[in-house]
Write a protein that binds this ligand. Structure first.
Ligand code: B12
Length: 461
């Protein structure tokens, strides 16, 4: 193509985008989610009216980054492993090909898993994630058909949310976590089912309580839930409470972003924090969000874990989990990954043998039963994960350093060390620290450096 023909076409594309942006009502040219589709409202029988938040699939991040992450997400789907509803949710929000085989397989597995496990051994948050994944696939969660059975997943979610709330009211802590209660509330609200208002009030109170120190991830999930419920609530005092909580969370995030040069929490909380800031604009208005600064932090990171990608991708296309129920499933999806796109190389798996490093590893329990503290030093090839360090320690001294893991959506989760198991009833877990600071990655991906001291400390949450 000649230079002038090429630049004419480029100009045409730019003008086309300009017209599109103008039609969308975009207010600036920063390209990070300023654009909102025209909204409409309709009557709801159970809670007044709501305004849908159906923003368009407008790639606000560079298109090739979105396509690459989407491709990585689809590539992570493994027929041998448990399905992850967050992956389907993100694929739908980011405009992945809903007719593709991966998408169809995921949807079918999610329905089957719901029918098989929802009433047995799923937590409320897991049920909520299944509801969100189904809603984003234009499926009715009240009628999930699979394995010759039919299940009302909303009813299950309402029951599990009631259990969370009963414990929260009686003991000040939910059955699982406030993060999950946020997910429950969001899913009930988006499904337009009853039961979202009471938990939203409890969550808003938690946000505003000076005693509760909620993580960025939890605050973000709670903000998404409250922003949804706010649209339905008519009682003035409830609206005021939700507005105050949303103002508090969103302004806290904006302050933290300013202090941290764009970072809110850590790199893995950015996905939900961006989603929350996108969904709560009216609660911090007239304050402006320097979204370009926050997005630049995310652009600089090469996300690999499917869960991390699943949480950040919606924000990169200007959407949030709040859009899960408002997707036009019949619309033409044009963001599906192009098969030719090269993926970044997986580093450090082959080539020259890696130099050995030494890692100091200790395990401590001063919380429960017989207290203990053991230390060791292990030598592993550089680039080894903490999990590999722990495996070498356990091989060398199984009596002391044996441990167990459980596969989760974020990778291997350490459930027990030296025979001492974490318990959801007691709210205990094995926490990992380096030089006294909690690691912000799990053992499956964290790579200690030479001479590093890693501590595993039995803790409460
Ligand atoms: C609640 C929570 C916890 C709780 C879980 C308690 C419980 N029984 O519910 C506690 C406090 C125990 C916890 C611990 C840790 N967590 Co945590 N956790 C979360 C949080 C806020 C919500 C997860 C959730 O409930 N999801 C909803 C449910 C329905 O989905 P689920 O798939 O069933 O969730 C399970 C897993 O997520 C698992 N889990 C929770 N955290 C982690 C961390 C890792 C590495 C793994 C493999 C699994 C795992 O527990 C959940 C409940 O069973 C997320 C935030 C987020 N953005 O996702 C961080 C998050 C997943 N945790 C994180 C981290 C780093 C940890 C720790 C490694 C911290 C540390 N330094 O020790 C430890 C895990 C150590 C270990 N033993 O292996 C990071 C993971 C980042 C990454 N790239 O790997 C996140 C994203 C927070 C962040 N922004 O840094 N966590």
């Amino acid at each position: 193509m000649s230079g002038s023909a090429g630049s004419t076409r480029m100009l045409g594309v730019a003008l086309g985008i300009g017209v599109l942006l103008a039609l969308m009502g975009c207010t600036d040219t920063q390209g990070c989610g300023e654009c909102q589709a025209p909204t409409e409202s309709w009557e709801r029988p159970w809670m007044g009216h709501r305004t849908p938040v159906t923003s368009p699939v407008l790639p606000v991040a560079p298109q090739d980054m979105v396509s690459q992450l989407l491709q990585r997400l689809e590539g992570s789907v493994n027929l041998e492993e448990a399905v992850n509803p967050s992956v389907l949710l993100a694929m739908n929000l980011a405009g992945g090909d809903s007719d593709g085989p991966t998408h169809k397989w995921l949807l079918q597995e999610i329905k089957e898993e719901a029918v098989r496990r929802a009433q047995k051994d799923m937590t409320s948050g897991q049920v909520a994630l299944h509801v969100l994944a189904l809603l984003s696939s234009c499926q009715d969660p009240q009628r999930v058909h699979a394995l010759d059975q039919s299940l009302d997943l909303i009813r299950v979610l309402q029951q599990k949310t009631d259990e969370e709330m009963a414990k929260l009211e009686a003991e000040g802590v939910p059955k699982t976590t406030l993060y999950s209660v946020g997910l429950d509330t969001l899913a009930l609200c988006l499904a337009e089912a009853g039961g979202a208002q009471a938990p939203s009030v409890a969550l808003a109170k938690q946000v505003l309580s000076p005693e509760s120190h909620l993580s960025v991830d939890t605050q973000a999930m709670v903000a998404l839930a409250l922003a949804c419920v706010y649209n339905y609530v008519e009682l003035q005092d409830v609206r005021d409470l939700l507005r105050e909580a949303l103002w508090t969370v969103s302004n806290g995030f904006l302050d933290e972003q300013k202090e941290g040069n764009g970072m809110i929490g850590n790199i893995y909380s950015m996905g939900l924090a961006l989603q929350a800031l996108e969904a709560t604009r009216k609660f911090y208005a007239p304050r402006q969000w320097d979204c370009a600064q926050a997005f630049s932090v995310v652009y600089a990171h090469n996300y690999q874990q499917p869960m991390a990608i699943a949480q950040v991708l919606p924000a990169l296309v200007g959407r949030s989990y709040l859009d899960a129920a408002g997707l036009d499933c019949a619309a033409n999806r044009d963001l599906s990954p192009s098969p030719q796109l090269p993926l970044s190389p997986v580093l450090g798996t082959h080539g020259a043998p890696r130099a050995p490093i030494q890692v100091h590893y200790s395990i401590t329990n001063t919380l429960q039963g017989k207290h203990f503290h053991y230390s060791t030093s292990v030598t592993v090839p550089s680039g080894s994960t903490l999990l590999q360090v722990m495996e070498v320690a356990a091989e060398e001294n199984p009596q002391t350093f044996s441990f167990q893991t459980e596969q989760t959506s974020w990778g291997p989760y350490v459930t027990s060390i030296h025979g001492l198991a974490a318990s959801t009833d007691d709210r205990t877990y094995w926490q990992f620290l380096s030089a006294g600071n909690a690691l912000d990655e799990g053992v499956g991906i964290y790579k200690p450096h030479d001479g590093e001291h890693i501590q595993a400390v039995f803790s409460t949450y």
